[in-house]
Design a protein around this ligand. Structure first.
Ligand code: ATP
Ligand code: MG
Length: 272
């Protein structure tokens, strides 16, 4: 009804477990979507600054970063930097961000700082991807409260399912109390080794438990993906013929397709 439909998609890449492939997924999904001609902003919400470095931007040499954005001292338009290698924009982060947690606690609207900043540049992007830290902290909460959805990378290990329930519960709570838009977009199996029987078993369990919430793409364990960040390049740029690169290219296409489907479902529900 005359409402401007803003089709921008904001996704958190989250899992409170450390080292599961969040940053690798965030960087390579950003680069994959960019190669599909999408306008992408990658937000580094982790004080480790790995998404920043892996996009070819020196985290130790930033005049502005996401910290100033979160405390309202700068806009994203001032702090963002282009990743020339990846073809997307980066809102960079570094260890200054660990102080944000303390500053935010004292602020009004503390869960909504990031959302307010994104709203101002939203029309410039098709996708905003947020690389979350391995915690369920106020930083992650800022990410979840402005996102339309969460993409959860996970390794198919024995305790993976157990860890997942904390995250799923957090998503449910944020959905209920702060952000009714928030959905779990899907689980992405990463660092997968098909020769390991246990991984196959966990993978099958995931499919039977979460159904089509599990992405079809499976990202294999591939050393080229691990080497790429030290060159400041996304894996899909560093060695685009590698199995890892091909998987993330396919994942980008799958995300675009899934988003189209979700938009259609929403459209139907709204009666248009
Ligand atoms: P953190 O919780 O510390 O932020 P993370 O979840 O972001 O970690 P990554 O940094 O993406 O995880 O990955 C952890 C390590 O595994 C890195 O050294 C990365 O290069 C490597 N890695 C990620 N995905 C793959 C893969 N598919 N094959 C091989 N190595 C991978
Ligand atoms: Mg990370």
């Amino acid at each position: 009804m005359g409402k401007v439909v803003n089709s921008i998609k904001i996704f958190c890449i989250a899992n409170q477990k450390g080292g599961v492939g969040k940053t690798t997924t965030a960087i390579n999904l950003a680069a994959s979507l960019a190669s599909h001609k999408k306008r992408v902003l990658l937000i580094d919400l982790d004080p480790q600054g790995n998404a920043t470095m892996g996009s070819g931007i020196d985290k130790n040499n930033l005049s502005l970063n996401i910290y100033q954005v979160l405390i309202g001292e700068a806009g994203i338009d001032e702090a963002r930097i282009r990743s020339e290698s990846g073809g997307y924009d980066v809102l960079p982060g570094n260890r200054e961000l660990s102080g944000a947690e303390i500053d935010l606690v004292q602020m009004e609207n503390r869960e909504h700082q990031l959302k307010q900043a994104i709203d101002k540049v939203a029309q410039e992007y098709d996708y905003v991807l947020i690389d979350c830290p391995p915690t369920l902290s106020l930083l992650t909460l800022n990410g979840l409260s402005c996102a339309n959805g969460v993409i959860i990378p996970m390794q198919c290990e024995y305790f993976a399912l157990e860890g997942l329930s904390d995250l799923v519960n957090t998503i449910k709570r944020v959905h209920k109390n702060i952000n009714p838009e928030l959905k779990m977009i899907g689980l992405l199996r990463v660092m997968f080794d098909a020769r390991v029987t246990l991984q196959q078993q966990v993978s099958e369990q995931l499919e039977s438990h979460f159904g089509d919430r599990v992405f079809k793409t499976v990202v294999p364990r591939n050393v080229r993906l691990a080497e790429a960040p030290s060159h400041g390049l996304p894996g899909i740029v560093y060695d685009k013929s590698s199995r890892g690169a091909k998987a993330y290219m396919q994942f980008g296409a799958e995300v675009i397709k899934r988003v189209k489907m979700m938009d259609k479902e929403n459209g139907n529900r709204n009666g248009n």
